[in-house]
Design a protein around this ligand. Structure first.
Ligand code: ADE
Length: 228
């Protein structure tokens, strides 16, 4: 099954961008996913092809118009389209690996990239757009956030990752940060690899890795351990 990503943006040339390379790029060539980036400006109707206007109530910045964006959404996602419609925004609910996992089993996603100060609230309500944030910082626009969300999703599509790893050992998949990794040379700048890893005792290695993951998580992300 092909995962269909439709992206509404004022900068369609930013897609697939980095996702045209490496793992996601190969998946794109194989047809595991498709990337349709449409310019919101194509759905403007006035002479100046304007997509934004000043905010009611005053204040700085411009607001993306509801009528223009709704036309764009309806064009790429007709009423019978079951794909979730996401609006990338620092106001959104933070993206989680759980949400990424759910997206990866969906038939695709429609992503709207915000620019300007915001989007007219009425189109968010009327088209049931789910606002998604990739973190507590403000980007210049939603495009890079959309690329992040797609990168995380595409690697989980069936057949994309191969058996390079079983997702279950990765950071967040087990609810813990990943344990440290080592490879050859065994000695480097006077630093050696922890003995347990060369012991050949797989049960001991597993226990060590688990303990390291728990320590790391406790120190860096105690929030992940809450309720455990
Ligand atoms: N657009 C601007 N900042 C963003 C963020 N942190 N997450 C998602 N979209 C954004």
């Amino acid at each position: 099954m092909t995962f269909r990503a439709s992206i509404l943006t004022l900068y369609p040339q930013m897609f697939p961008g980095p996702l045209g390379h490496a793992l996601a790029g190969q998946a794109l060539e194989r047809g595991d996913w498709t990337c349709e980036a449409r310019n919101i400006r194509d759905f403007a109707t006035d002479r100046h092809r304007s997509v934004d206007d000043t905010p009611y109530g005053g204040g700085a910045g411009m607001v993306l118009r509801a009528d223009v964006l709704a036309r764009a959404v309806d064009h790429v996602s007709p009423a019978d389209d079951a794909r979730p419609k996401l609006l990338m925004s620092p106001r959104g609910k933070p993206l989680t690996q759980e949400q990424v996992r759910q997206l990866a089993v969906a038939e695709g996603v429609v992503i709207i990239c915000g620019r300007f100060e915001g989007v007219d609230e009425r189109v968010i309500e009327a088209r049931n757009l789910q606002e998604v944030s990739i973190g507590d910082y403000v980007l210049a626009g939603g495009e890079v956030a959309a690329l992040v969300l797609l990168d995380a999703t595409i690697r989980l599509l069936p057949g994309v990752m191969g058996n390079e790893q079983s997702g279950s050992y990765e950071s967040f998949e087990a609810g813990l940060l990943e344990h440290p990794h080592y490879t050859r040379p065994a000695e480097w700048e006077g630093r050696s690899v922890p003995d347990v890893l060369t012991s050949g005792d797989h049960a001991k290695i597993e226990a060590w890795r688990r303990e390291q993951a728990e320590k790391l998580t406790h120190n860096r992300r105690p929030d992940l351990l809450e309720g455990k």
